[in-house]
Write a protein that binds this ligand. Structure first.
Ligand code: F6R
Length: 607
């Protein structure tokens, strides 16, 4: 997730671009840059770090050009650096581009362009866009952009400026947001409304598959074939703070709602019909044959993702897996050597305990694979192989979209290992891939029922203790559900393996104790229901979660939340959604600080 902005009008562009980028910094903040057209030349300024660094770089005597584009980056392809920062140019510096998203087929395009003699400066996927424009240009910028759009695969919002077209910006979007601001004799283009709210409240919200040509005279919208599209002007009524949160009341809710896209992005370019492609992981059959044990090491929510990973890897790749809390792992002399695969999971890639565990594992000779959300993070740099989750920046302290994309990372890794080892038949892999592809839409289906969860949350607001129970993968999700509720609503919540209750905890269940029972795993369903009956017999108030079509649970609980039908192994990605929403609405109802819960920090960089 990056932020892009463009301006054309009568005012000096640079301050407007920088101001817009400041509002978009929440979308990414590892580097930034602007490009303007000055004396028939494209002038690019970039810097690493937050926007203040770019402001310092630009100083006071910047170009007075009235047309330009800007970008604030959240690294995906290529670590954060000056050279990887946008905007990116072609060989002759005729075309300059900013881009948000992922160009899935960039490697093959890059090879093709290099063969034709193009020289690349950066490691980014974006740079192929500038070189493709150079290669395709035949006297018409819009035509060249259209041809580029036909060539690339992936998700993108991009803005293009050409040196010899001093009064024109061309932009396009597919699966990444983009708006066009309509001012008085001036126009703006940006990743979201926040960036331009200081200048105009009249916008076109571009749809997927739309391309826009912006000149001083006006804005024309087309489809990718060049057919004109009529657009309605949208009058923005939100204030700037709400706009930054995309109109949501809190970052957490926004991030919960971003999950369909984050999950879609994370699988982008990694799924074929019968195969998972993990370009960043390079484990050969010979290397894997040497591995006799896997450790998954992480903290908090990431550890919960690891608990799911254990079952998937054991079930699919037939490798024994231990899951460790990072702060415990390093002090218990784990039996790790060069026959061990250590998987570290970390959203930030900077968690001190996880990093220490990674170093410990490397010192002992283990091969380390990281699953992380931040390109350029210490974890991503120090691990041997990295699976990036493409969730974009997570601002709320409580992790939501990072968790579900970590679960997806575990699915990808489990399939990858089984593929290399040949432990799953192709048909089974194909079946899992088909089910995985449906997950983003199924998450959306659950999000569309938020109002039902909100109603349930009202009854939770006054509760002080609650239990989450489940078996197998449901138990792992129960732990995540209880952590979410604890951390943002300060309600004491315990997660228990459902079969373990009767060994002590059942003593705590009294009349009206709320119990959330997860029952999505078909092989242990009957057993879980027996445990539900045990708590019901003590008059607990039970909310059950099970898959759609299973009508039997309603007979045993007070309320049922239905999860769309999927494979048991993938259900954690769905089951957690109502639990995230429940925690969110309970926290709001209790008047807690949802995005910044007391005593907590987003990234724990101390031991
Ligand atoms: C809880 C939460 C934390 C993090 C943990 C690890 O919602 O976000 O438990 O999961 O601090 O952080 P990362 O994944 O950055 O290593």
């Amino acid at each position: 997730m990056c932020g892009i902005v463009g301006y054309i009008g009568k005012r000096v562009a640079i301050p407007i671009l920088v101001d817009g980028l400041k509002k978009l910094e929440y979308r990414g903040y590892d580097s930034a840059g602007v490009a303007v057209l000055d004396c028939e030349k494209i002038v690019v300024s970039k810097s690493v770090g937050k926007l203040v660094a770019l402001e310092e770089e630009l100083g006071q005597s910047y170009s007075q050009s009235c047309i330009g584009i800007g970008h604030t980056r959240w690294a995906t392809h290529g670590r954060p650096s000056q050279v990887n920062a946008h905007p990116h140019c072609d060989c002759k510096q005729d075309f300059v581009v900013v881009h948000n998203g992922i160009i899935e087929n960039y490697l093959e395009l890059k090879d093709m362009l290099i063969e034709k003699g193009h020289k690349f400066a950066s490691e980014t996927d974006t740079e192929v866009l500038a070189h493709l424009l150079e290669a395709y240009y035949e006297g018409d910028l819009e035509g060249a952009v259209r041809n580029v759009l036909k060539t690339i695969r992936g998700s993108y919002a991009m803005v293009v400026l050409r040196r010899q077209d001093p009064n024109k910006l061309v932009a396009a979007r597919k699966d990444s947001p983009m708006v066009v601001g309509l001012g008085d004799g001036e126009f703006f283009v940006a990743s979201d409304i926040t960036a331009i709210l200081n200048y105009t409240r009249k916008v076109y919200i571009l749809d997927d598959g739309e391309m826009v040509v912006i000149t001083e005279d006006g804005v024309k919208v087309f489809d990718f074939e060049g057919n004109p599209r009529a657009k309605e002007v949208y009058d923005v009524k939100w204030d700037a703070v709400a706009a930054e949160k995309g109109g949501y009341e809190h970052f957490m809710l926004k991030e919960i709602h971003e999950q369909p896209k984050a999950l879609k992005d994370t699988m982008l370019g990694r799924l074929e019909d019968e195969k998972v492609v993990l370009q960043e992981v390079d484990l050969t059959l010979e290397e894997l044959a040497q591995i006799n044990k896997v450790y998954i090491v992480a903290c908090g929510t990431a550890w919960h993702a690891g608990l799911v990973g254990k079952t998937l890897i054991e079930r699919w790749a037939h490798l024994p897996v231990e899951v460790d809390i990072a702060s415990e792992f390093r002090y218990r002399s784990p039996l790790v050597d060069d026959h061990t695969l250590v998987v570290v999971v970390s959203q930030s890639g900077e968690t001190a305990d996880t990093l220490a565990a990674l170093r410990e594992a490397k010192n002992r000779g283990a091969r380390v694979v990281a699953v992380t959300n931040v390109v350029g993070s210490t974890v991503s740099r120090e691990a041997h192989d990295v699976i990036f989750t493409w969730a974009g920046p997570e601002i709320a302290v409580a992790s939501t979209k990072a968790y579900t994309t970590q679960l997806e990372g575990m699915v990808l890794l489990g399939l990858y290992l089984s593929q290399v080892k040949g432990t799953l038949p192709k048909e089974r892999i194909a079946e899992i891939i088909t089910a995985l592809r449906k997950i983003p839409a199924q998450v959306q289906e659950l999000l569309d029922q938020s109002s039902l969860i909100k109603e349930l949350a009202e009854s939770f607001a006054k509760v002080e203790n609650t239990f989450f129970i489940g078996r197998s993968l449901d138990w792992a999700v129960a732990m995540e559900g209880s952590l979410k509720l604890k951390e943002i609503s300060y309600i004491h919540a315990e997660a228990y393996a459902a079969g373990e209750l009767k060994h002590g905890t059942l003593a705590l269940i009294t009349e009206a104790t709320p119990v959330i029972a997860l029952a999505t795993q078909r092989d242990v369903y009957e057993k879980t229901i027996s445990n539900v009956k045990e708590v019901k017999a003590r008059d607990a108030k039970v909310i059950g979660l099970t898959y759609k079509g299973n009508t039997s649970m309603a007979k045993s609980v007070d309320h049922v939340i239905y999860i769309p039908e999927t494979m048991d192994e993938l259900s954690p990605i769905l089951t957690v959604i109502p639990l995230q929403l429940l925690s969110y609405y309970v926290s709001v109802a209790r008047g807690c600080d949802v995005d910044k819960p007391r005593n907590l920090a987003k990234s724990v960089t101390v031991e």
